[in-house]
Design a protein around this ligand. Structure first.
Ligand SMILES: [Zn+2]
Length: 378
């Protein structure tokens, strides 16, 4: 595994985001706790460097809880940011700096966030994210008071699945899974295992299954249970009762078990799906007791391009790979060439296709992004 992001925000040189290998920064930000976003975080010298530099790591409440449980020696150096606007005081080498940071849900996993930094320049760092086209306009904090999208000096954006044209909506995939699970459990003596590719990112599936079946999902991993159980309102579909008929494991954890034919195995993955995946075709029944579900926690290319085009932006930096603009695949959504980093003249405003113009949505009608219930965007 390699780091998804260098950590460097050119416009704000005294911070690092999602990369902790440079240990002399004045402040660090963590968008979510996934292996490719935490390089350097578990370095044994890091707590000492944080102490020396009087630096802190800023993250959402959920991410702080995860780091506290995975890397307890970092606990004194973690600071929770609230969703919405924050102003933080950073002790740089020679001066105190006040940095405005607005945090909004990224729709990737429980507690995952995007950071909007304002310090001479306005910079949005998405972290890993999935936001559907219908939802962008509902993010109050990414709009001006008149309802127009904010102007960005720089957009740092996750392009992990830029080569997949489109993904089915997660709400639709779960609706399908619920139907398989209910059907399977209608016969006595059967159970279900949910098998995920990452440790975090599938939490809402447990809630939806509970709402549909009345069965809470057993979280086999003790550390994950401890984190989830701190957020009972957001994670109401889980239990530590191993007699539950639905269990959740990562692929690695499940590999050590020996399930029998009474167990329905539900595999979640976005990797195995090509251009065929859509709302209707989002489940493959591989065998009688094994299904695969297309469950993407990153944007497909259509959502990605919509998001990039939505904001008036001067510079785009993509990660983990440079964004490849291939017009033949882009149809009419996006015509402006984008490389990994581009500069756009501010005098020449970007032209939007009529169908993609940001609607002026009155602020009062926008989604309230201040609650953790909205951390998932379907
Ligand atoms: Zn991630």
């Amino acid at each position: 595994m390699r780091s998804a992001f260098s950590g460097i925000i050119d416009e704000i040189p005294f911070i690092n985001v999602d990369n902790f290998q440079n240990q002399d920064q004045s402040a660090y930000f963590l968008s979510h706790f996934h292996g490719d976003h935490i390089f350097g975080l578990n370095d044994l010298q890091f707590p000492r460097k944080l102490e020396e530099n009087r630096s802190f790591i800023y993250a959402s409440e959920v991410t702080v809880a995860i780091v506290e449980s995975e890397l307890p020696n970092l606990a004194p150096y973690l600071k929770i940011l609230q969703l919405g606007r924050n102003t933080i005081e950073i002790q740089d080498k020679y001066e105190k700096i006040y940095l405005k940071v607005t945090m909004v849900p990224a729709g990737h996993s429980l507690g995952s966030v995007m950071f909007l930094f304002e310090h001479n320049k306005t910079v949005l760092y998405t972290g890993d994210f999935r936001i559907t086209q219908n939802s962008v306009s509902k993010y109050t904090h990414l709009h001006k008071s008149n309802g127009e999208p904010i102007n960005l000096d720089a957009l740092y954006i996750d392009t992990t699945f830029q080569n997949v044209p489109s993904f089915p909506r997660r709400s639709e995939v779960i609706r399908n899974i619920v139907s398989y699970v209910k059907d399977w459990l209608s016969v006595d003596g059967r159970d279900v295992v949910l098998i995920t590719s990452a440790c975090y990112g599938y939490e809402a599936v447990c809630n939806e299954l509970y709402s549909a079946t009345g069965i809470k999902t057993f979280i086999a991993n003790r550390l994950r249970w401890q984190v989830f159980s701190k957020f009972p309102k957001e994670m109401f579909g889980i239990t530590d009762d191993c007699s539950s008929k639905i269990h959740l494991y990562t692929k690695y954890e499940f590999g050590k078990l020996s399930p029998d034919e009474n167990t329905l195995q539900v595999y979640f993955s976005a990797m195995i799906w090509g251009p065929d995946a859509n709302d209707e075709h989002c489940i493959i029944r591989e065998t009688e007791n094994r299904i695969k579900a297309c469950f993407a926690t990153h944007c497909g290319r259509d959502e990605l391009i919509y998001f990039m085009k939505y904001f008036p932006v001067k510079k785009i930096v993509s990660f983990p790979e440079p964004f490849i603009c291939n017009d033949s695949n882009l149809t009419d959504i996006y015509k402006r060439p984008i490389n990994s980093k581009i500069e756009v003249s501010p005098k020449r405003p970007l032209k939007r296709a009529a169908s993609n113009s940001p609607n002026k949505v009155p602020v009062s009608k926008k989604l309230n992004t201040m609650t953790m219930k909205n951390m998932f965007d379907w």
